[in-house]
Design a protein around this ligand. Structure first.
Ligand SMILES: Cc1cc2nc3c(=O)[nH]c(=O)nc-3n(C[C@H](O)[C@H](O)[C@H](O)COP(=O)(O)OP(=O)(O)OC[C@H]3O[C@@H](n4cnc5c(N)ncnc54)[C@H](O)[C@@H]3O)c2cc1C
Length: 273
């Protein structure tokens, strides 16, 4: 860590995460190790009782062995855009918590703000949703789902294959440290996966697993596109080809909407804060 920050592993979280990610990619390793064996065993057990217990459950005594570490889940912000009541632009549809974009977090999240956001927005959404009890929305004019000539899927291997592919593409190319080249590769793959899933949906009876997979692949694709469009680094988005933050050009929120022309790529807009 001395090559990344004078405070080594006590550097700010995004710097530590990027340093770990960089080492893993350079060496092709599955994890790095956090080593506290230079401290007396009694001190470790007293100072870190929960970590000590948790690691023991996995067969790692941290007084004798280093702890395998990977960075996780701290490189994504954003979601379905809502107003201050948790309402989306579809009347009657609310989005709260991890799925939503309220604008409270910006490009990064401060510790413990996410749970507070969940509680505040759940409360506000409930207040607003109650109004529909007295004044229900008109019944939807959506036609019933017509399965047409679709067949029953013969096995689940296709869905799990797409899951694996999408997860790997996003982890390797769109994770903590991005680059233009990695993002272009990711886009090529995500376009292909999305196209294949779309075709699969036409041929086979839709199941909750298939729809969930389709949503995951679509969301992954949108993340790749918005990352590619932003030529700077800010908060959780770090692109080594554009490593500096640029407030002059990029102090903006990325919004992606569906293209009204069928088959065309979604439309990306940047909205000033
Ligand atoms: C590693 C990590 C550390 C974090 N640390 C903090 C912190 O210190 N402080 C803080 O404020 N926030 C923290 N967060 C963020 C916070 O935990 C989340 O923002 C919050 O839990 C989101 O709540 P949620 O209800 O929207 O989603 P979730 O907690 O993800 O709940 C969604 C639920 O829906 C269920 N579900 C999914 N699909 C279906 C389905 N098809 N049918 C039925 N159920 C389904 C899931 O099983 C899950 O129980 C952390 C997040 C992570 C990943």
């Amino acid at each position: 860590m001395h090559r990344y920050h004078p405070k080594k592993e006590l550097a700010p979280r995004d710097i530590v995460a990027r340093a770990i990610d960089n080492e893993l990619k350079k060496r092709g390793d599955d994890c790095v190790y956090l080593d506290i064996r230079h401290r007396p065993a009694r001190y470790i057990r007293k100072r870190f009782p929960e970590i000590y217990k948790k690691c023991l459950e996995f067969g790692i005594d941290i007084t004798k062995k280093p702890i395998p570490v990977v960075p996780a889940a701290h490189y994504f912000c954003g979601g379905v855009k809502v107003n201050e009541w948790g309402e989306t632009n579809l009347p009657g549809l609310f989005a709260v918590g991890e799925v939503s974009y309220t604008g409270l977090h910006g490009a990064n999240r401060l510790a413990s703000n996410s749970l507070l956001e969940c509680v505040v927005y759940a409360n506000r959404a409930a207040q607003k949703a109650r109004l529909y009890l007295n004044d229900p929305l008109p019944k939807s004019r959506m036609p019933d789902w017509d399965p047409g000539k679709t067949r029953d899927p013969d096995d689940q291997v296709v869905v799990s294959q797409y899951w694996d592919e999408m997860r790997r593409v996003l982890w390797n190319y769109v994770g903590i440290e991005r680059s233009d080249e990695r993002l272009v590769r990711a886009l090529r793959r995500s376009e292909l996966i999305n196209k294949e899933i779309q075709e699969y949906c036409w041929d086979y009876v839709v199941t909750p697993e298939l729809l969930e997979m389709r949503n995951v692949a679509l969301l992954g694709d949108l993340v790749v596109r918005s990352a590619l469009a932003r030529h700077e680094s800010r908060g959780l988005h770090y692109n080594r080809d554009h490593p500096k933050r640029n407030d002059h050009l990029w102090r903006k929120t990325t919004t992606i909407v569906k293209n009204r022309v069928s088959g065309r790529a979604p439309v990306i807009r940047f909205e000033s804060l």
